[in-house]
Design a binder for this molecule. Structure first.
Ligand code: ATR
Length: 284
């Protein structure tokens, strides 16, 4: 028997009680038979509190962290090193601690790309995407589409300046006025909701999908509810869909592999586990 302490990691955010990440990582730990722990770590907003908490976790020997709202930008600032995708996204959701320092990753970007592929989307120089929103999530989605070689990425946001700021850093990106979103759908291959609209307790996303080509893929990063009104509408139109749970599972995998040393599998059994947890949670 090994007398080594278990490998420890966790998810840090505020609030953190409803995070599904512990469920994902603990399931993968069980499957891999790895002696590891994955905790929920509440860190109040602000860089100072993030820095203090992260320093403390490193002293305790944590292998790293997943980082969620409101700390994704703090996580990047805290790190010693980040790859180009993460720097471009301006935010990190995964930190790896080692004696050499702290490395930051944005696996929301690769997670989105992988789940889009899993939904059957083929992205090429000819592809035309419309991304709704211009917050941190939309920035990650636009970066992922750009990494996949998407020829045209349009960003529509209520506050146009925020979309312009993202478009300025992504070569194939342009912007669109928020009230032009319906009119733009005629030649869109990939539509992504990266706003908070449609989330339980938020306003609905108002959009008419009638003009979308039948081959289009519709993605929603919102996963409470799992089937948003947008995805239900897309299904009614016979369109391929990608939900937020798919992205959540795929973004978790790289961190698990880096901390615990085993490559995890995203499969239907894991999805079922998360769907059950969401169903038991009731309205947000
Ligand atoms: P995240 O970092 O998760 O993306 P965020 O930065 O709060 O979260 O972004 C929320 C997104 O939802 C923004 O694009 C926001 O539009 P604004 O930039 O104009 O605020 C969008 N959003 C939220 N409420 C909205 C509403 N009622 N109508 C249109 N867009 C809305």
């Amino acid at each position: 028997m090994s007398d080594q302490a278990p490998i420890r990691a966790g998810v840090a955010g505020f609030p953190i009680q409803h995070s599904l990440s512990p469920l994902i990582h603990r399931e993968w730990l069980k499957r891999a038979g790895v002696d590891g722990r994955y905790d929920r770590i509440e860190i109040p907003p602000g860089y100072e509190s993030f820095q203090q908490a992260a320093d403390d976790l490193r002293r305790k020997g944590y292998a790293g962290l997943n980082v969620t709202l409101p700390h994704k930008e703090n996580a990047l600032r805290y790190a010693d090193e980040a790859d180009s995708t993460t720097s471009r996204a301006g935010a990190a959701n995964t930190l790896v601690f080692s004696a050499a320092g702290v490395k930051a990753y944005n696996t929301d970007v690769s997670g989105f790309a992988l789940s889009l592929k899993a939904a059957g989307a083929v992205v090429s120089e000819q592809s035309r995407a419309l991304v709704l929103g211009a917050g941190g999530a939309a920035r990650g989605v636009a970066a992922a589409l750009s990494d996949l070689g998407c020829g045209s990425i349009m960003l529509a946001n209520r506050t146009l300046e925020k979309a312009e700021a993202i478009a300025a850093s992504i070569p194939s990106a342009t912007t669109l006025a928020w009230d032009r979103r319906d009119a733009a759908l005629g030649d869109i291959d990939i539509l992504v909701n990266a706003t908070s609209l449609g989330m339980s307790g938020e306003r609905p996303l108002e959009i008419s999908l009638s003009a979308l080509p039948k081959s289009a893929v519709v993605a929603d990063i919102v996963y409470t509810p799992l089937k948003t009104a947008l995805l239900a509408d897309a299904e009614q139109h016979g369109l391929q869909t990608m939900d937020g749970l798919s992205m959540l599972m795929h973004q978790a995998a790289p961190g698990f592999e880096m901390w615990f040393g085993e490559q995890p599998v995203v499969d239907d059994a894991l999805r079922e586990l998360l769907v059950t947890a969401l169903n038991h949670r009731g309205p947000a």
